[in-house]
Write a protein of this length. Sequence first.
Lengths: 115, 113
Amino acid sequence: GESVGLHLPTLSVQEGDNSIINCAYSNSASDYFIWYKQESGKGPQFIIDIRSNMDKRQGQRVTVLLNKTVKHLSLQIAATQPGDSAVYFCAEKSDRGSTLGRLYFGRGTQLTVWP
Amino acid sequence: DSGVTQTPKHLITATGQRVTLRCSPRSGDLSVYWYQQSLDQGLQFLIQYYNGEERAKGNILERFSAQQFPDLHSELNLSSLELGDSALYFCASSGGQGHEKLFFGSGTQLSVL
């Protein structure tokens, strides 16, 4: 199976609250990470990415945190809105031996935002 | 809108048949990637083309093949289809060849009956 996994398969939050989606990875050599949002019937939509030489990166209402010590990645969404309801995927870029670096996707977390 | 265009959106066919999925990358992107998404396997990388040449291969079956044309659009050919090939097939593109910051199309839902 994939090394990238998610701690929680589902997350329910109230509108206006902050959301935190977690992701674990097992390859300490992974040097690039990325988050995608996938709404029902649509393709994955790029949210934010981060390289391994950074601990934190901020976007519009989103922050990605990278903890290389424990091989953990998180996506924080501020003031969560109903439109944020979707499946969120993390992916790591890894060489995994002889193959060139490619993205390995986790299974995803379903975020549901309640009004 | 990611700028990546995939056709058709839906495809229904029978076992043993052959289908072709088409992808137009974002303007200026040289890399095209094909992914398969199923409920039990998640997003699986199939193959990548960069500027017309095969760049990387993932979990692509021998029954499947792809190509990228001089205008950079790509086609994924699936032959001798089996029930288990039913899945969402996504195309993605990026400017470079390094599997970073991929932009995905809306996918082709393939149903093999």
